[in-house]
Design a protein around this ligand. Sequence first.
Ligand SMILES: [Zn+2]
Length: 168
Amino acid sequence: MLGCSDSRVAPGTICGLPPGSLFVHRNIANLVNNVDVAAMSVIQYAVGILQVQHIVVCGHYDCGGINAAVRNDDHPSPLANWLRNIRDVYRMHREELSSIQDQEVRARRLVEINVIEQAINLYKTRIVQQRRIETYQNLEEHGFVQPKIHPCVYDPATGKLVRLDARA
Ligand SMILES: [Zn+2]
């Protein structure tokens, strides 16, 4: 699972899985950035060595990182540089997002869009592409092309984890 550092987003608990089930990487606003050595190492190990079959990219509503980007809060570096990644996602979807008047609704939508963009970033990584080709070429052994990527949003207010449509 790739999730947010927010303390409410406890990966095992929200997925209903016991210890030993999940390999986890967390950072502010669950970003997949291909120059982030920590995230890329986790993905490399999980996909290449552990050969995980599923990766959940999990965002959450009321995310401080997303809210900071929406409000254009000023933070010193390195946080400012990190939040810039979210601002880039915002910019790519400016038309849709700026048409939403309510700031809270806009932030919720950005949480969803961000998860989908990060799932795409993950999908495009070399290690994921390589493993998908391998498993595609041996479908009989693997059953399906792996790893499958699941963009999800957790709502701390309701405790619900919802899977998003990757094409949304
Ligand atoms: Zn968060």
